[in-house]
Write a protein of this length. Structure first.
Length: 403
């Protein structure tokens, strides 16, 4: 017979959202169990392969205003939270440099017009700086003489995604979090059979929770999933001769890329996204396009050593916005839809989810109406799920969250 362990919160999924939520809740005094289908390295999560750029203004060229606002709030949280981790994590706010080859200058007006249409005007006014060729060289000496114009998006940043994942997990474990690794495909209903008894279940499984996020209410809409995967492709290289100091975005009509320098001469090179559920290895064409674009930015990438060719599917809702669903009768909270913006918006999204969890633990009869529901209208919504998707009706773990 499986021994029963009681917790305030059981978190499903140890990707970025799961680890950030666990870290916040366990430090607030909650008894937390983190259950993950894979191992502690997080290699199965989209966050593991991402560039982890914190660039709300740059993302405004391809995202909605909600993403920009969440990003601005999240960068402030990252700045504060990373200082509270006992393990130092690489973090910088030296801006994003945007450049383009002369033949692609038509992309610049599209990029800037989208930014101005979406981002807060004061953010554009404060952070957007046009550069001539000399200015590009002063901001990024490694690119001196290579581009005649550029844009500096000041105040934007990045961090070391894998270092942050390790540090968040280590800190949460140090505060007493219980972990279950290699659990396989699990959901809230499976927890009693695992001997886990929780007052609230927080589901952060990404695409693993696809069934629970189906938006269809009748047979006609059943073909429209609430979640789908969007393929992202990322290359990691070691390029000691390049010496970029900040993330660089290269505008191009077909394959715009970003290049994020990490510690120890590592660079993460990626594109935006591919509308595909395919998670097979990267194609030769994709690898050539990414690496050729990087080589066109700086010829020293031609001597770089390719360390990883990564493919991952990002969980995406039809509106490309994150959402938090609260099933109060079953005491299940679901967080999903971080899309390509995971590292940019996860702190603000998980902070809101943890407010909901705390309200449920404290017996709030309207737990979905936490302060974040006013700050981020529409992101948090009450639902009543079918019993097959809910927690199974086992009793609460008892006790409230310590404040």
């Amino acid at each position: 017979m499986t021994a029963v362990q009681s917790f305030d919160v059981a978190i499903l999924g140890a990707g970025l959202a799961g680890r950030l939520s666990a870290w916040q809740l366990v430090r607030a005094g909650a008894r937390v169990a983190l259950i993950e289908r894979g191992g502690p390295d997080g290699s199965g999560s989209a966050a593991h392969v991402a560039a982890a750029m914190l660039a709300p203004l740059a993302e405004s060229a391809i995202a909605e205003r909600r993403i920009v606002d969440l990003g601005i709030a999240s960068v402030d949280l990252w700045r504060s939270w990373l200082q509270e981790l006992p393990e130092r994590v690489f973090f910088q706010e030296d801006g994003t440099l945007v450049v383009w080859h002369a033949r692609d200058r038509a992309e610049v007006s599209l990029f800037t017009s989208r930014m101005r249409a979406v981002a807060p005007p004061e953010l554009v006014q404060d952070r957007l700086r046009a550069l001539d060729g000399n200015g590009v060289g002063q901001v990024e000496p490694a690119l001196a003489g290579r581009f005649t114009q550029g844009l500096l998006l000041q105040g934007e940043g990045q961090l070391d995604n894998r270092g942050a994942m390790r540090a968040l997990l280590a800190c949460a474990i140090e505060h007493g979090m219980h972990c279950v690794w290699e659990a396989g495909e699990i959901d809230a209903v499976a927890l009693p059979g695992m001997g886990i008894h929780a007052g609230v279940v927080l589901d952060c499984r990404g695409l693993g929770a696809r069934e629970a996020w189906t938006d269809a209410t009748d047979a006609q809409r059943a073909a429209l999933p609430g979640l789908r995967g969007l393929r992202g492709e990322v290359v990691r290289v070691h390029a000691p001769d390049v010496k970029l100091q900040r993330p660089v975005r290269l505008l191009h009509p077909r394959y715009p890329i970003y290049i994020a320098p990490k510690p120890n001469d590592l660079y993460v090179i990626g594109a935006t996204e591919i509308e595909s559920e395919d998670d097979s290895p990267m194609s030769v064409r994709s690898a050539l396009e990414l690496l050729s674009a990087a080589h066109s930015l700086h010829p020293a990438f031609g001597e770089a050593r390719v360390l990883e060719l990564n493919v991952q599917r990002r969980p995406t809702r039809p509106d490309h916005l994150p959402a938090i669903r609260v099933d109060q009768p079953s005491r299940v909270v679901r967080v999903n839809g971080l899309y390509r913006h995971g590292w940019l918006i996860a702190p603000a999204v998980t902070e809101a989810a943890c407010q909901v969890v705390r309200a449920l633990l404290d017996g709030d009869p309207a737990a979905h109406a936490v302060p974040s529901s006013l700050r981020w209208p529409g992101m948090i919504a009450p639902v009543h799920e079918p019993a097959s998707l809910a927690r199974g009706g086992f009793p609460d773990a008892g006790g409230g969250l310590l404040h």
